[in-house]
Design a protein around this ligand. Structure first.
Ligand SMILES: [Zn+2]
Length: 290
């Protein structure tokens, strides 16, 4: 009986027959959803630029203080490490005291997806997960405080029974958020390094968009079939998501061109949806940041 698939041997013959060409071993495509998720190729260069901006801002602030200038923004810059520490502590505490913690008994589907995503990315620890009141809004975010990391999902991502309307889309979105943590985006030191660039147009938002593509790569690796649902829910909400044509959104990345679409994207913290859809569909290149 013939084996299917046929057994293949990879030993190359010492004396290949005339006309024999050894098979080319293709390098693994980092953007493939089947390997480990890849970082967007602009993320690290933009992070270096952001940190440089913050360092220069600090040096200027110190020089101004030394010369006796006590401008409010200078004081704000010098207090940034403490302000950021308090903001992160307060944000985490808000979830701990008001959020619904995802556990095997509360929002078990969400909890299970969180555990699976952490395992998919080889994380030693599963981040905490909280559901908070969405009031109709669709959103999710990831952050941390100290060594703790957590994901927050707005309640409108879930249905009345606590399940997701589209489990693949929710798996993608939770994979995206856990991906932010796995890629180090929720770290205090990274956020402090990005502090000044957040107030400078284009630099901060461009780094943020590169990070979003990195997180989308994680979401895709976690649940490849969740990408259309994730774009659908972000574009039209959970009730109408199935009416959103993923290919139609992705195709419009090519047709909706010009200065103003470019401007909308460059000022946004997230890549515009048409570009995100195009990047999720075309896995041969990184998503467009600019
Ligand atoms: Zn994100």
């Amino acid at each position: 009986m013939e084996q299917f698939p046929p057994t293949v041997t990879h030993d190359s013959p010492a004396h290949p027959a005339p006309g024999f060409a050894p098979p080319q071993m293709l390098p693994p495509r980092g953007l493939s959803p089947w390997g480990m998720p890849i970082r967007h190729h602009f993320e690290i260069p933009l992070l270096v630029l952001s940190i440089a901006t913050t360092v220069v801002t600090y040096l200027v602030s110190i020089a101004l203080i030394a010369s006796g200038a006590l401008e409010p923004w200078v004081v704000l810059v010098l207090l940034a490490p403490i302000l950021l520490f308090f903001a992160r502590g307060q944000m985490y505490a808000a979830q701990r005291v008001n959020g619904v913690k995802m556990t095997p008994t509360q929002f078990p589907d969400g909890y299970q997806l969180l555990v699976e995503a952490a395992a998919r990315f080889g994380m030693p620890q599963v981040p905490d997960g909280y559901v908070i009141l969405g009031n109709g809004q669709i959103n999710a975010f990831a952050s941390g405080h100290g060594f703790r990391r957590y994901v927050v999902i707005y309640s409108d991502m879930f249905e009345i029974g606590g399940q997701a309307r589209n489990p693949d889309a929710l798996a993608f979105i939770i994979g995206h958020e856990v991906g932010h943590i796995a890629a180090g985006h929720a770290s205090y030191w990274r956020q402090l390094g990005m502090f000044a660039s957040n107030y400078i147009p284009v630099i901060g938002s461009s780094l943020s968009r590169a990070q979003e593509y990195t997180a989308d790569n994680h979401g895709l690796c976690n649940r490849p079939y969740g990408a259309p649902g994730a774009i659908g829910v972000l574009a039209a909400g959970k009730y109408l998501m199935s009416l959103v044509g993923f290919d139609e959104m992705a195709d419009r990345a090519r047709t909706e061109r010009g200065f103003f679409p470019w401007l909308v994207n460059i000022l946004s913290s997230h890549p515009v949806l048409t570009w995100r859809a195009a990047a999720l569909r075309d896995r041969s290149r990184h998503g467009r940041v600019f």
